[in-house]
Write a protein that binds this ligand. Structure first.
Ligand code: SF4
Length: 365
């Protein structure tokens, strides 16, 4: 195992091996970067040294906020609760439509304004009344060592953990990563290799492999998000194939969120997604057997609410991030037919509401 280089935020990285030519092969994600000493991978935060790979952003963050859990988005995991959310810098994808590109493509470590130990993050979550901590804003697989340490500190303090990820991670590290998570929202960005290759610089198959692994071999509660981009991933055919695959391979109880694209980063000429596209995607998913299909980041109470999969009763009403109705009993059962709603529920909903609260971590160090 590598030693640190003495810089406080550098930390020994796992999942690498030395090649015969002296370079280091990073085996964390499917990019498999081959790096000479001093070189960084595409994610920018993992760097080769004489002793292996280092994570260069350990303990540093681009900022902390308490968000509603519905914003991750997770609709079946501790609804109504606040989640302490943070990210670091960098990403192992290069999505042309990235909505967080100032963080994910940052090459400037001075964006990482906040310093926080895993224990300080857990303390902050408890003190702020959060039920969970989310690794979000940029993809946590690239800062696996920090995310795992934070997750373990959180679990020791009774706080759950949430990964918001594109799931581009190889089999060995994904075992460690997901064994430390209680819930995940996974971006299923499209259902073609062409989309992943052309617009993200990644590939679809590793994402599907990870999703099947998480659904079949872990207890992680998973929901999926697809950002629908006009003309790129919103055809009836693609949505039909994607949602059939989800039902067949992951099961009908995995919720799907269809969200709207807004022109951003390198796709400023593509128009915003009309709400009718989200409604169409939800209709296709429902017709193919997805029991909990949602429209996201729009005011659409019908498309954002949870209905009983057996009798159609309204279980949880939502208007964007605001809970407008709660009809589950203390055992998460439908009041009308008694069916249990899948997910992780407490007897009562949280009371965080739709607000977003920036957090100054220096108060918790
Ligand atoms: S995690 Fe970073 S360095 Fe490692 S293979 Fe992926 S992009 Fe390359």
């Amino acid at each position: 195992m590598a030693e640190t280089d003495g810089t406080p935020d550098h930390h020994p990285g796992r999942y690498w091996r030395r090649l015969d030519d002296g370079r280091v092969l990073c085996e964390l994600c499917p990019r498999l970067c081959k790096l000479k000493t001093g070189q960084r991978g595409l994610c920018f935060v993992r760097m080769a040294t004489d002793t292996g790979i280092e994570l260069t952003t350990y303990g540093r963050s681009s900022g902390f906020c308490v968000d509603p859990i519905e914003k991750k988005p997770l609709n079946h995991f501790l609804p109504g609760s606040g989640v302490l959310s943070f990210g670091t810098a960098g990403c192992n994808l290069a999505c042309r439509f990235c909505q967080n590109w100032d963080i994910s493509k940052s090459r400037q470590m001075d964006r990482l304004a906040d310093t926080a130990s895993p224990e300080a993050i857990a303390r902050a979550a408890v003190s702020l009344g959060c039920r969970s901590v989310a690794f979000t804003y940029n993809d946590p697989v690239i800062f696996l060592e920090y995310a795992v340490d934070v997750a373990q500190a959180c679990h020791a303090a009774g706080i759950s953990t949430v990964a918001v990820t594109a799931a581009e991670i190889l089999p060995e590290p994904r075992r460690e990563f997901f064994s430390n998570m209680d819930a995940a929202n996974v971006d299923l960005k499209a259902f073609t290799e062409d989309f992943y290759g052309r617009l993200c610089g990644g590939s679809l198959q590793p994402v599907l492999d990870t999703l099947e692994y998480v659904a079949a071999e872990t207890d992680v509660w998973v929901e999926l998000t697809t950002l629908l981009i006009p003309g790129e991933n919103d055809s009836d055919d693609e949505l039909d194939r994607m949602t059939r695959w989800v039902v067949e391979r992951l099961g009908p109880d995995v919720p799907m969120h269809f969200t709207a694209f807004h022109p951003d980063f390198k796709m400023l000429r593509t128009p915003a997604t009309p709400p009718s596209t989200l409604t169409r995607a939800r209709r296709i998913a429902t017709a193919n057997g997805v029991r909990f299909a949602y429209t996201g980041n729009v005011h659409d109470e019908g498309g954002g609410s949870t209905y009983c999969a057996h009798c159609g009763e309204l279980l949880i009403g939502r208007d964007w991030y605001l809970l407008t109705a709660w009809n589950l009993d203390a055992g998460a059962r439908c009041p009308s037919c008694g069916s249990t709603c899948p997910g992780r529920f407490e007897p009562r909903p949280g009371s965080w509401g739709p607000r977003r609260l920036p957090v100054n971590m220096s108060e918790f160090l």
